[in-house]
Ligand binder design. Structure first.
Ligand code: URA
Length: 203
């Protein structure tokens, strides 16, 4: 059940949420990350995007979707004429998970347990922003938001409904596009934009 939280009290503001996630050690990730990275954007945006977790750049800068995947998301929003500051952009997991290879920090996907531990922070964000609808970018976000695994490739571009009635549009994570062969990327980008176009009517 995605609405269940481990905490009795809801967080009262996005600032309080930031203070709380900075301290959070409910999973091992917080100890190794630079800082927590929470959602940002219009405070009561109609549309909230949810990714997986901050990447290297997000971890260093403290803002969501500012690295390569963020640039791609920005391009898609631009193609749709949606200003980034008209929406709220967040992640299922608030701390960067990585593996050190030499000096490089290589992104590692969060485990289900880590995503589950972080879910109450995401639900706090949703409760504060009160979006009319959500966009799940990839499988981790879809699972957290829907409370169960969602087959992204067959569900992409469709509206799903949560137990609390909130609509969730599922699509790929922009990082998945970045991993594709260069010759596949253009079509994949168009398909990604086509998925996101369905969410535009919410604005
Ligand atoms: N990938 C994500 O899922 N979120 C970010 O903030 C950056 C990259």
């Amino acid at each position: 059940n995605p609405v269940v939280t481990l905490h009795e009290d809801r967080i009262a503001s996005l600032e309080d949420l930031k203070a709380a996630t900075m301290r959070c050690r409910e999973c091992p990730l917080g100890e190794f990350a630079t800082q927590s990275v929470n959602g940002e954007g219009r405070v009561h945006a109609a549309l909230m995007f949810v990714g997986e977790q901050p990447g290297d750049q997000e971890d260093l800068q403290g803002h969501p979707f500012v690295g390569p995947a963020g640039k791609l998301l920005d391009r898609a929003l631009q193609a749709l004429g949606i200003p980034r500051d008209a929406v709220f952009v967040s992640n299922a997991v608030k701390h960067f998970k990585f593996e050190l290879r030499g000096k490089r920090r290589i992104h590692k996907s969060p485990t289900q347990r880590e995503a589950a531990a972080c879910l109450h922070w995401l639900e706090d964000e949703i409760a504060l922003v009160k979006p009319k609808a959500l966009v799940a970018l990839g499988a981790t976000a879809a699972r957290s938001l829907m409370g169960q695994a969602v087959p992204v490739m067959s569900e992409r571009g469709k509206w799903l409904t949560r137990q609390d009635g909130l609509k969730v549009l599922v699509t790929l994570h922009p990082s998945a596009l970045l991993r594709m062969l260069p010759e596949e990327r253009e079509q994949a980008f168009e398909d990604f934009v086509a998925d996101l176009r369905k969410a535009k009517s919410v604005l």
